[in-house]
Design a protein around this ligand. Structure first.
Ligand code: URA
Length: 243
């Protein structure tokens, strides 16, 4: 099962064990199937990739066969410049290469950063969680600090708030809150992530972005104790409270 799909228990068991649904019903009636530690009886019970499923008492003994035992994983990384936000790349090192090999199974990136951008990057094997974060209707804000080649002016604030038309995608960007920190440094809050969006928006002012660092996603701030390339698991609370 992929890491995000839900399935009915009878379909899951039938596919996993290669048996027909009649036999599945029989197993359930005999209370031979444990779902998250409780004997399952309902064929319609939903299971997902992180539901623990085991068979018990198969041959009248007390044997247990675990059918599924996946743990959700949630990592934050301080992405360094020069590393690709991808799971595989022929030219560059990827963020996955920075994680210990034993921990990377099925991980994907929840919101990429460009090769030359740095900062908060989230990796997970939980597709539902990452989709909820990127769902446009959720409007999860992402904050960035940028350093520019030329000085900023107040004009930027209004232009970013109004949105900019990108003809290639035929969209107008959603309002971006831009705060001028100093002549060459600004902080931005975006609720979407179009291709190279920040660089293209400053491009309208012919002002190249020299550095771009993501500092937060939703309520989650980059842990400042993480040096570039370092990572740590999210706490349960961070996983729940990010949105
Ligand atoms: N916008 C960009 O241009 N680059 C990023 O990495 C993120 C947002």
């Amino acid at each position: 099962m992929s890491t995000s799909k839900r399935s009915r228990l009878d379909r899951f068991l039938s596919a996993k064990l290669g048996i027909n649904r009649g036999d599945v019903r029989l197993m359930l009636a005999k209370k031979h199937v444990m779902v998250d530690g409780i004997a399952a009886t309902d064929i319609q019970q939903q299971v997902n990739a992180f539901t623990h499923v085991a068979l018990v008492d198969q041959a009248g003994g007390d044997s247990v066969t675990v059918l599924q035992d996946n743990q959700p994983q949630y990592w934050m990384m301080n992405k360094p410049i020069g590393v690709v936000s991808a799971t595989a790349d022929e030219q560059h090192k990827t963020v996955i290469d920075l994680l210990p090999a034993s921990d990377v199974s099925d991980l994907h990136i929840a919101g990429r950063l460009d090769l030359n951008s740095s900062g908060l990057l989230l990796l997970t094997n939980d597709g539902r969680w990452s989709r909820a974060l990127s769902e446009p209707s959720a409007g999860v804000g992402k904050c960035y600090r940028v350093r520019l080649e030329k000085p900023l002016t107040e004009d930027y604030i209004q232009a970013f708030a109004e949105g900019m038309y990108f003809s290639y995608e035929d969209i107008t960007t959603r309002p971006v809150v831009l705060t001028i920190i100093s002549d060459y440094v600004a902080e931005l809050r975006l609720v979407e992530g179009r291709y190279h969006q920040i660089k293209r928006m400053f491009g309208r002012f012919r002002n190249p972005v020299l550095a771009l660092h993501r500092i937060s996603i939703g309520n989650l701030l980059l842990d400042e104790t993480l040096m570039p390339g370092q990572y740590r698991p999210l706490t349960d609370r961070e996983v729940k409270e990010i949105v």
